[in-house]
Structures are given as C-alpha cells and as structure tokens.
Design a protein around this ligand. Structure first.
Ligand SMILES: [Zn+2]
Length: 204
C-alpha cells in the first residue's frame, strides 16, 4: 500500500430487511457509511468527499444507494396494502349507509379520511359508485373488519375505529346506534370496549 493516498473509511450504520431489486425478494441488508479520505501511512488525515450511505444485500452482495430502503413494496406487500385500503374504505362506506341515507358531510369525511390514510384522492362520484357496489355485493361491515383483523396490530386497529368514528361524527351528532355499531366493530377486530369508548370520546 502506498504511504500517501486515498482510502475508504467504513462505518456500519444499521441492518434490517429490505426488498433487494437484484434478488427480487425480501432479504437482509447491511447499511454503511463510506467516506473517502486522504491518508498518510494508512492514517486518514483529510476527508476528500462527503460521507455516502451504501446499502448492501447480504445475499447477492449488490450495493445500492440509501433510498433503496424506501423503495416500492413487493407484490405481497402491495396486495396487502390495497386490500387494507379497500377494507377500510368499505367499512367506512357501510357505516355511512347504516342509517339508511347518505349524508353530504359524511361523504366529505370519508373522502378526507381516506385521503389522509392512503395519500390517494377519491372523487365523490367514484366513492358513491364504490358505496353502491359494496351494498350490491351484499358484504357486511363484519366481513371487511374480519378480513383485516388478523393482520393489524393495535395501532392499526385503533386507526380503523378512529376512521369510523370520524365518519359517524361528521354530521355533527353521533347517534346511539352509530356508537353501538362502532363499539361492536372494535370488538370484532379485537379491541376492548373501553378502548373503543376512549376513541369515540376523542376521535380527532
Ligand atoms: Zn440481493
């Protein structure tokens, strides 16, 4: 090795799982920070560049920039996300229609809550079409809740109940029947009655 010259100093950053584009699969990665230094007898004395993050797949040894860690979901994750978004939307729509009519404020709230949860904008017409479709398909609120209950952690479950509470409260008054429905829904997905009451108290 030359007495004077550039060397790379490597600092481990973190480890975890990510979607490796080369393996096309979920694999373990090691992330590290690499910085090029001018060295004298192998001692770094002067930084030559800013530190750069590198992500390395432990299976194929492929290296990527740090932003690969926020890369797109794989197919299973994508499918899960779509199901989840759909289940929440359908649960809100069924709740909205459970009193037999569709209220303008409720429609607006479903659109807002859905946008907040998913980053997707749903037009009023599309939403009403979806509501009709859900009704026609004959699915119940319980069906949709059960389809997501197993895969959600407590935060996810609270989020679902919070979304429903916001919809129920949208017309300015929360009817007893709506409250009871939401408490039942909370219990279906495995939340305690007291937790449901807490969320109903303060859904915002
Ligand atoms: Zn790989």
């Amino acid at each position: 090795m030359a007495l004077l010259g550039p060397i790379n100093r490597i600092k481990p950053l973190k480890e975890g799982n990510f979607f490796c584009p080369k393996c096309n699969d979920q694999t373990a990665y090691r992330a590290k920070e690499v910085r090029r230094w001018f060295s004298v007898m192998n001692m770094p004395v002067l930084p030559l560049a800013s530190p750069e993050g590198v992500v390395e797949c432990t299976i194929c040894n492929g290296t990527y920039e740090m932003n690969v860690l926020d890369a797109k979901l794989n197919e299973d994750e994508q499918a899960f996300l779509e199901n989840f978004e759909k289940a929440i939307l359908n649960a809100m729509l069924l709740l909205m229609m459970s009193d037999g009519h569709i209220d303008d404020a409720e429609v607006q709230t479903v659109i807002e809550v859905y946008a907040k949860l998913t980053d997707k904008t749903l037009g009023r017409e599309d939403m009403l079409a979806q509501a009709e479709h859900v009704l026609a398909a004959g699915h119940t609120l319980e069906d949709y809740l059960l389809s997501i209950a197993d895969v959600l952690n407590n935060d996810g479950k609270r989020l679902v109940i919070r979304s429903m509470s916001l919809v129920a409260a949208a017309d300015g008054k929360m009817e007893d029947a709506e409250r009871e429905t939401i408490i039942e829904c909370a219990q279906i997905i495995g939340l305690a009655r007291t937790t449901a009451l807490e969320i109903l108290e303060d859904p915002s």
